[in-house]
Design a protein around this ligand. Sequence first.
Ligand SMILES: NC(=O)c1ccc[n+]([C@@H]2O[C@H](COP(=O)([O-])OP(=O)(O)OC[C@H]3O[C@@H](n4cnc5c(N)ncnc54)[C@H](OP(=O)(O)O)[C@@H]3O)[C@@H](O)[C@H]2O)c1
Length: 276
Amino acid sequence: MRFETIRGLTLPKIGFGTWTIGGEATPNPTVDSASMIVLRSALEVGYAHFDTAEYYAGGHAEELLGRAVRETKTKREDVLITTKVSPEHLSYDDVLKSCENSLRRLGMDYVDLYLIHWPRLWMNLKETFRALNKLVRDGKVRHLGVSNFKLKLLRQSQEYSETSILTDQVPYSLPNHLYVENGVIEYCQQNDILVTAYSPVKFRSIRANKVLGEVANAHSATPFQIALAWLVMQPRVITIPMSSNPAHIRENFDAADIELNADEIRRLNNAWKKSE
Ligand SMILES: NC(=O)c1ccc[n+]([C@@H]2O[C@H](COP(=O)([O-])OP(=O)(O)OC[C@H]3O[C@@H](n4cnc5c(N)ncnc54)[C@H](OP(=O)(O)O)[C@@H]3O)[C@@H](O)[C@H]2O)c1
């Protein structure tokens, strides 16, 4: 595994997503045992950064994640937890309440990273950060970040946050260059902000792309592994793929160790013409 160290925090280049753990927009107890197998398997493989949100399965993903950490006897300090406050909870009081609820569901007394999940039209970002700053001062949150924020809001967040914004979590993958095109990726790289690339492998077209197939063959790897390696070869970029298949969970973890050469990176950069 390769790592990024930023402002004293060391994060693995490849972490684990939890969307669909415990349900989708609402809890679905019928998938609990399958979800626990997935989380245990990810912890056993060695994933040390988990991404969740109060929105995922209506909070149930956080409950299962906390349970899996305890059941595998993983020490709290050996795992990094990112969770997120939903756009409808961005008022001062709601942010504090949302964080308390997330901590209760996780069964933890702090989270490593707390993000605004999505910006909302007419939100009072200054007020939201007043609450987020309090959470950091109170020790409930170690670092702050945002998600799905474009440049203007990212810059405003930097202004309102008492501590450095650690990450902007955005969609970024071989077929999706939207946040390259809107300048966020470059801005983050130049300003010591981590890019957390979400949905890194979810595009079906990954499987069929000719260049990706050729690079994968050259490394005896799968196209999905190359898609992850391409992301994490980039400075200040980490990613959080999700899989419920134990073989894929292992493959994705191992992808961080694949070294692409300059020619392969150049070919992959041009393998998709524009964002899908
Ligand atoms: N901040 C946000 O707004 C936001 C939005 C979306 C997602 N996220 C976070 O990012 C995480 C990842 O994004 P995502 O879940 O949308 O997409 P993703 O991880 O890119 O893709 C998941 C899909 O890819 C398949 N897959 C994964 N690894 C594979 C492999 N090695 N070989 C073949 N298929 C593979 C999975 O199927 P199998 O289960 O069969 O492997 C699953 O269908 C989420 O879980 C969530 O934590 C955040």
